[in-house]
Every structure is written in C-alpha cells, then in structure tokens.
Design a protein around this ligand. Structure first.
Ligand SMILES: NC(=O)c1ccc[n+]([C@@H]2O[C@H](COP(=O)([O-])OP(=O)(O)OC[C@H]3O[C@@H](n4cnc5c(N)ncnc54)[C@H](O)[C@@H]3O)[C@@H](O)[C@H]2O)c1
Length: 250
C-alpha cells in the first residue's frame, strides 16, 4: 500500500527444490522426498529462477504486485499456486528498460544469486555482487568482468547493518544509483527442526531475516530518492517463518 503509489512493486518468488550448493549439502533422502512431490519430475536449477526476476522487472508485469510466485515444478500446485505459466508468458517483449540499470544482488557468489547476477549482466545491467565469501565473490566478479559486464564486488555480511550501509554507499559511489535489490543471501542449517541448536537459529535469523530488513532499510530510501525511479521495481525476499530450518524465498 505504501509503495504502490510510487510505482514500486513488491513481489515474492518462492523457489522449490533448486540444485545449488545449499541443497547439495543436504541429506539425499530430503532430495528424493522432494523429487517425489514435483509433478514435472525434476528438481530446479538457478536458471529456472532468474528469468522470472527479469520478467517481474519488465513492463509486461507492471500490474503484478503483492504476488507470491512459486518456481517449483508444480510442487505446491495442490495447495493452490500462482499460475506461473501466465507470468512467464511474454517474458520477452517491448518495454524492457534494463539496459544500464543497476542491480544489487546479495549472496551473489553462488547458486541462485550468481544466476541472477549473470542474467542481469546479460541484460546489460550494471551489477553489484555482495557476498560474505570473499574468494567466491572475487571469482564471480572476475568472470563477469571478463565477459564484458560492468560488475562490482562488495564483500558483505548481510546480517551486519554497517556492511549493508557500506554496500549501498559503494553502489551509489560506483554506479550512481540502485534500481533493483535482490535480497537473495540465505542460509539453511540442513537439520530437522528439532535438532537445530539455538545458536544456529541466531545465525539463520541474522542472515534470512535481519539481512532482508537491513537491505530494505538501506536501499529503499535510495530507490525512492531517484526521481526517475517512479516506474522501477523493488524486489525483496520473502521472510516467512520456515517450516523446516529457516529458508526465505527470494
Ligand atoms: N536452493 C533452493 O532450493 C532454495 C529454495 C528456496 C529458497 N532458497 C533461497 O534462495 C537463496 C539462495 O539460495 P541458494 O540455494 O542459491 O544458496 P547458495 O548456498 O548456493 O548461495 C547462498 C549465498 O549466500 C551467501 N551468504 C551466506 N551467508 C551470507 C551472509 N551473511 N551475507 C552475505 N552473503 C551470505 C553464501 O556465501 C552463498 O554465496 C537463499 O536465500 C535460500 O534460502 C533456495
């Protein structure tokens, strides 16, 4: 309600079982049980998620706000899912204004975040990659720069407010604006609920909840302050409480 009149839309993407380092580290039985529930008969890849983000930034989706969109091969369809096929339809078309815009992606050194960064770069956006893992971040940025992309890496722990403030400042310093923020960084203990130590919940909430909060607090004023931003998109993480072990969507 608050952001709609400013042309800022808020949508939430809910990945199902996506093959990334996070899911690879989990128990095989968890993967198998998920697979059995997926009508399309396969698990997802980060590349299954990234095109939806691009669609939500395009003018074709200009009337979509407040949507919760699963990308899960139909896994949640039996409890009533957003018709993703409608969202994907028309992904490419007129009215895309991504070229030269600035995207910030947290957790960008791996998995879905890396796929987002690569996809934004392919759309000729300027990309700021933020991650706590310096070595992986350096490698991701190196590869993007080598491909001709305009990219910047900023080592960031999203659970530390000062780190996010520094990320916002570096983004503006380097690229002069921020048009899209993907609060993608997230962690998962990989353990069943009853076996998760309390200390791990602090870590999970620090990254998955406070990280999103800090990201929104730091970047929303920038997006609002940019006069040209009236039609730009605000994207953020879903921070709904986890049923299993603390996963937000993106
Ligand atoms: N993979 C899935 O099946 C799945 C499903 C639903 C939601 N998600 C969510 O999607 C997002 C990306 O997941 P992924 O599977 O690509 O995971 P991933 O482990 O491949 O990537 C997560 C990235 O976040 C970074 N990170 C961790 N803690 C951080 C911190 N404190 N500050 C900054 N960066 C940090 C990691 O270094 C890593 O590069 C997460 O929020 C996850 O919870 C994933």
């Amino acid at each position: 309600m608050e952001l709609g009149p400013r042309g800022i839309r808020v949508n939430s993407i809910h990945p199902g079982f996506i093959e990334t380092p996070m899911t690879a580290s989990g128990p095989a039985a968890f993967r198998e049980s998920n697979l059995l529930q997926i009508p399309l008969g396969r698990t997802g890849t980060p590349a299954d998620v990234a095109p939806l983000v691009v669609f939500l930034m395009s003018d074709e989706s200009s009337f979509i706000s407040g949507a919760e969109i699963p990308v899960d091969g139909g896994q949640t369809a039996h409890v009533g899912a957003f018709p993703i096929s409608q969202a994907i339809r028309g992904l490419r078309g007129p009215g895309r204004e991504l070229d030269g815009r600035v995207a910030v992606v947290t957790g960008a050194a791996s998995g879905i975040g890396l796929a987002l960064a690569e996809r934004f770069a392919a759309e000729r956006m300027k990309v700021v990659l933020a991650d706590v893992d310096q070595a992986q971040l350096d490698e991701a940025v190196r590869r993007l720069l080598a491909s001709g992309a305009e990219a910047l890496g900023v080592r960031t722990d999203v659970s530390v407010a000062a780190d996010i403030d520094r990320l916002a400042a570096r983004t503006v310093q380097e690229f002069g604006a921020a048009h899209v923020l993907c609060n993608n960084a997230g962690v998962d203990t990989g353990a069943p609920f009853s076996e998760i130590p309390l200390a791990s919940w602090d870590w999970v909430f620090g990254v998955n909840f406070r990280g999103v909060l800090y990201g929104c607090r730091a970047f929303l004023p920038l997006i609002r302050a940019q006069g040209e931003e009236a039609r730009l998109r605000w994207m953020t993480d879903n921070v709904s409480p986890p049923p299993r072990s603390g996963r937000p969507g993106i």
